[in-house]
Design a protein around this ligand. Structure first.
Ligand SMILES: Cc1cc2nc3c(=O)[nH]c(=O)nc-3n(C[C@H](O)[C@H](O)[C@H](O)COP(=O)(O)OP(=O)(O)OC[C@H]3O[C@@H](n4cnc5c(N)ncnc54)[C@H](O)[C@@H]3O)c2cc1C
Length: 510
């Protein structure tokens, strides 16, 4: 085996693979090293409950990545050539607001606004205005922000910065009046698991809603793992290699330049031009053989943020949501009021569980992708404290919370009765952290950085490190977690620029 290539990429989460694929597309030879026996990180599809039932262990919704030109322009031909297929779901999300009624959000602004009119004409118009402004200019400013580029020098960028600076809570409550609409928009604004009352989250209501109103609850056919599989196929097709069970223990620095890595089995992989760390930022400096005070400083600012709690079910039938006229199946269901969410976030940050009226996402990918299982694969996702009473979660405590969530869901949803559940697997923050060593403390979106000025950012802003040739990607770099592919694509742009490789055709848009 030749252990030298132009670039070594550490980790095979979708971001590291995205970066690897762009570098391979630009003509570099790339070696990707993944510590787990399978690629994908938190974009992975596994038989978690029973043989033949293919669950998304972590992410299911690939909505954010739809605005990344890697997908929207198919820059790497993942859709045309490497088998990646996305399903735009309709409904996008169903929001039960009473035990026998629900509001439906469609992948269409006008149809959704008409559904809003049932509760408030004013709120329906507020939705039209919010989405109109997003499309007129805020969307473009957001794309530059996500791409890690200077925002255009125009009025929309000024408005976008002002919007971002606010809190999601403030934006939702000041734009919408009716409690049902507030419930739906607040629920949606929390989809990237950031405390809604925190300043700096003000763009989330429009950004997340715009994604759902255009792409539904975008579901990759075959499961979340379809994305890393397509990326790995692209890398191999371009002469690269992707190795699993290859945990990187240390990074080699010679003469101030990162020249390679060493894996747990003692194998050295040398890089002629660059090393990309898709590993967690806090593990990096301790894996170097030289001091790196700037990386230490970044690591010291990192905190896990809110941890998540998931429950995976194998079900004999699809969950359905009761509406005033009939009932509806959906890929995504949205439970919980703004007040319930506020209490739950406060409790989680104080180390307690509040499951009285919690924010709960119910995902049934098999509603649109039945080939994944002999029945329905269903997932609950909510937040929970990293530690319970100061201790890691026990299996029995996780089971108890899963059963509480089930009882709560049954108030609004049919098809989750005991007789419909073939198997159940709760995942607490403790086991989610074990699943992927990047999910430190059960964090699911890469955590967050608390800066000296009091602001909180989801991803470290610099893809370069103080070590020449060593770069950062992954959910601890800008713009943070989610299946966005942004940290990967942004990092590739910086690396190619530093290597003097013209990437203007490949990466022409934000
Ligand atoms: C339960 C859950 C549900 C979620 N749901 C959604 C959702 O529906 N939609 C959404 O957009 N986002 C969701 N997220 C968040 C999203 O999945 C992640 O933010 C995103 O997948 C992170 O991708 P990544 O490539 O940056 O890193 P990761 O997916 O964390 O991948 C990092 C990879 O690097 C490997 N690695 C790390 N260090 C080393 C090393 N030293 N050597 C070798 N390999 C290493 C790890 O093993 C891992 O495979 C969810 C997350 C969780 C946990």
């Amino acid at each position: 085996m030749n252990n030298e290539s132009d670039v070594v990429v550490v980790g095979a989460g979708h971001n590291a693979l995205t970066c690897a694929a762009y570098l391979a597309e630009a003509g570099l030879t790339v070696t990707v090293l993944e510590g787990r026996p399978i690629i994908g990180g938190n974009t992975v599809t596994e038989e978690l409950t029973l043989p033949g039932w293919r669950h998304d262990s972590c992410s299911s919704a690939h909505v954010v990545i739809q605005s990344n030109p890697m997908i929207s322009r198919d820059e790497l031909k993942l859709r045309e050539k490497y088998g990646l297929e996305y399903i735009v779901t309709d409904p996008a999300v169903v929001v039960p607001f009473e035990e026998d009624d629900a509001l439906v959000i469609h992948p269409d602004v006008e149809r959704t606004a008409v559904n809003f009119e049932r509760f408030s004409r004013r709120d329906a118009d507020a939705l039209r205005v919010m989405m109109g402004e997003w499309d007129s200019g805020l969307r473009r400013a957001h794309a530059y922000f996500q791409a890690g580029l200077e925002l255009p020098d125009d009025e929309w960028s000024i408005r976008y910065r002002a919007l971002r600076a606010r809190s999601a809570w403030d934006v939702v409550m000041s734009n919408f009046d009716h409690p049902v609409i507030q419930r739906a928009v607040m629920w949606t604004s929390f989809a990237t698991i950031q405390p809604p009352e925190r300043s700096g989250t003000g763009a989330l209501p429009a950004a997340i809603l715009a994604g759902r109103l255009k792409f539904g609850w975008t579901t990759p056919r075959g499961g979340s793992g379809a994305l890393p599989n397509a990326l790995a196929a692209h890398v191999r097709d371009h002469g690269g290699e992707v190795h699993c069970s290859a945990w990187v223990e240390s990074f080699l620095v010679e003469g101030g330049h990162c020249v390679g890595v060493v894996t747990a089995d003692g194998t050295t992989y040398r890089a002629r031009r660059a090393v990309i760390a898709g590993s967690h930022i806090t593990t990096l400096s301790s894996s170097l053989n030289v001091p790196a005070p700037r990386l230490d400083d970044a690591a010291s600012k990192w905190q896990p943020g809110l941890s998540v709690f998931a429950v995976h079910f194998a079900c004999s039938s699809h969950p359905t949501y009761r509406k005033s006229q009939g009932s509806v199946a959906a890929v995504a269901g949205a439970l919980g009021s703004p007040e319930g969410l506020r209490r739950q976030v406060d409790a989680a940050l104080a180390g307690r569980v509040d499951a009285d009226d919690p924010w709960l996402l119910i995902v049934d990918s098999t509603a649109v992708d039945p080939g994944r299982a002999p029945g329905a694969v269903v997932k609950f996702l909510t937040i929970a404290p990293e530690l319970l009473n100061g201790q890691p979660w026990s299996d029995s405590a996780a089971d108890a919370l899963a059963r509480d969530l089930l009882a709560y869901a049954r108030r609004y949803v049919d098809g989750l009765e005991e007789r419909n559940i073939v198997a159940m697997r709760p995942e607490s923050p403790t086991t989610i952290a074990r699943h992927n060593r990047a999910n430190i403390a059960g964090s699911c979106h890469g955590g967050e950085f608390h800066l000296e000025d009091g602001s909180v950012i989801p991803g470290w802003l610099d893809y370069r490190t103080e070590i020449n040739g060593l770069y950062l990607t992954g959910s601890t770099s800008h713009p943070g977690g989610s299946v966005s592919g942004r940290p990967g694509r942004n990092c590739a742009r910086v690396v190619l620029g530093d290597l003097g490789i013209d990437a203007t055709t490949l990466l022409s848009t934000p």
